[in-house]
Design a protein around this ligand. Structure first.
Ligand SMILES: Nc1ncnc2c1ncn2[C@@H]1O[C@H](COP(=O)(O)OP(=O)(O)OP(=O)(O)O)[C@@H](O)[C@H]1O
Ligand SMILES: [Mg+2]
Ligand SMILES: [Zn+2]
Length: 511
């Protein structure tokens, strides 16, 4: 008998339904054949499936088993078809009735003893099935149930073992549908701005960055708190909307980076890849194609610590994703797109030894060494970084200060207010924040009055700023005005924005 069982495959962060046809013919030479573009992990599937069936006391008689996965043009990657293949074999051999498999979508890897183990991408699958009335249930490994149920539109059954699942589909011992709770958000385990002493200037710069969606670079000597500050940037970004949470969770689901048993992610990601990361690790790639750090940090923060240590080619691959908000990975057989809208935070010492312009220690670098060092970062990314802020070493008074600073929650309040001004401003565009303004939008929303224009002009002359720096200052000035609840960009807002051009300052450039 020919059996048809439904499963699903992910494509980027979306999913499509796959039909698995299983045919079992009596044969002199028993065997197993897979057709329909299966990759290596699918081809190994039968060994696991047969062992799992045996373990459950189900012996597959001597047959020629043919499994066809369709549509044939979708690459089926990974081990998630173990379960539907097992169900298809049992159905083809008439261990299971039509009713037992009809209207169910099966996804899951089997271990040799019949335990169902977690697979990637189940949130994408359940989202793709939502609203399809031909589907009764999505069956996933128990470890994926919380994640798959997070969209709440598809009935999800989480099964721990093949035996339990067989009782369920036969209606003997039904498994209750999964209900998802969002990942709990324990407050105390998360870093908070209240722990940062001093560094008012840098903290303020991060607040501006969060408020306007600006990328930010911090420059300072070792131990001044750059890494500590960057880690807290994601805690002051606006809370995730439901749509953002779903997309973010899908990316991590497909990448396999969701914590075990978790449902919808409720926090913005913070990613800090090491400078030795490969271009594929950063932009995405591999087989099967996985999202890279630019996508894993989507809706959150991508932190590049020790920016000057990254290879130029590595930084080069971030250009396009940063520009477009998504990254496309093309292969001979298919093209996959992942979202990549993140806030970039970068940290950097001012020179190779780290102590250039430090009040406590002498810098041992030559001017040429410093120039060469800074030239490494002046290329591809600097254009996209609106805020460059100095983070000097703390004074002894600051180090010993006991009063705690403002909490992340309080700062986030202001950030969210500034964001709602921007939402209103850009209502009819694709732009989400001041940082994304086009030159046309800037002409419209960044007009300066006489005194602020005069101030900007004199800063440009004094610091020798480029036209690009001019635009950055205007955008940042817009955000500072939004934080102040002002319609017009005033001279004080421009004066503050000019402060965030540390690398343009003459003492750096003459260094
Ligand atoms: N402003 C600060 N408030 C409280 N603790 C701080 C501050 N700055 C530094 N520290 C302490 O010093 C440690 C080192 O700081 P951090 O790693 O952030 O420095 P860094 O600027 O990134 O240095 P490096 O250039 O060596 O990477 C932190 O873990 C923290 O305990
Ligand atoms: Mg550091
Ligand atoms: Zn130095």
């Amino acid at each position: 008998m020919l059996s048809k069982v439904w499963s699903a495959a992910t494509l980027g962060i979306d999913a499509v339904r796959i039909v698995i046809e299983v045919d079992c013919q009596p044969a002199q030479q028993p065997g197993f054949r897979l057709v329909g573009l299966p990759d290596a992990a699918v081809r190994e599937s039968y060994a696991r499936v047969r062992s799992a069936l045996n373990y459950c006391g189900l012996y597959v008689p001597q047959r020629m088993i043919t499994v066809n996965l369709s549509p044939a043009d979708v690459r089926k990657e990974g081990s998630r078809f173990d379960l539907p293949i097992a169900m298809g074999i049992l159905h083809a051999l008439e261990f299971l009735h039509d009713d037992d498999v009809r209207g169910r979508v099966f996804v899951g890897e089997l271990s040799l003893d019949g335990t169902l183990t977690a697979v990637r991408g189940t949130l994408s699958i359940s989202a793709a099935l939502a609203g399809d009335e031909s589907i009764r249930e999505l069956v996933v490994p128990a470890a994926n149930a919380n994640e798959a149920a997070a969209v709440r539109l598809t009935k999800v059954i989480g099964a721990a073992h093949l035996n339990g699942l067989l009782s369920h589909v036969r209606g003997r011992e039904p498994i209750e549908a999964a209900t998802s709770s969002a990942t709990a958000e324990p407050h105390n385990d998360q870093a908070d701005f209240a722990e940062v002493r001093g560094q008012a200037h840098a903290k303020r710069a991060l607040e501006v960055a969060a408020a306007g969606g600006h990328n930010v670079m911090m420059i300072g000597p070792p131990g001044s708190g750059k890494t500590m500050l960057a880690r807290r940037l994601s805690t002051i970004l606006p809370r995730l909307s439901l749509d953002e949470a779903i997309v973010t969770t899908k990316i991590h689901s497909v990448a396999g980076t969701l914590p075990a048993g978790s449902g919808l992610l409720t926090r913005r990601p913070f990613r800090a890849p090491h400078h030795t990361i490969s271009t594929a690790g950063l932009a995405g790639g591999g087989t099967p194609i996985r999202p890279g750090e630019v996508s894993l940090s989507h809706s959150g923060v991508l932190f590049l610590d020790e920016l000057a240590e990254f290879r130029r080619e590595t930084l080069e691959v971030m250009r396009q994703p940063m520009e477009d908000g998504f990254v496309t990975i093309a292969r001979a057989t298919k093209t996959v797109t992942f979202p990549s809208r993140f806030t970039l935070a970068a940290a950097l010492n001012p020179c190779p030894c780290g102590f250039f312009n430090d009040s406590r220690r002498e810098c041992t670098c030559t001017p040429i060494q410093i120039a060469r060092y800074l030239a490494k970062v002046s290329g591809p990314l600097l254009d996209r970084i609106d805020l460059q802020v100095e983070v000097p070493a703390l004074s002894s008074d600051e180090v010993t200060a006991t009063e705690s600073g403002e909490s992340s929650a309080a700062i986030r309040e202001r950030v969210e207010r500034a964001r709602s001004v921007q939402r209103e401003r850009f209502r009819r565009t694709h732009v989400q924040s001041n940082a994304e303004m086009t030159s046309r939008l800037m002409r419209r929303h960044c007009e300066l009055d006489g005194s602020s224009r005069a101030l900007l002009r004199s800063a440009i002359d004094r610091l020798g700023l480029s036209a690009r720096a001019h635009d950055r200052i205007l955008k940042v000035g817009r955000t500072i005005a939004d934080l102040a609840g002002r319609e017009a960009i005033e001279a004080a807002h421009i004066a503050e924005a000019v402060q965030y051009r540390a690398l343009d300052r003459s003492w750096f450039r003459s260094g």
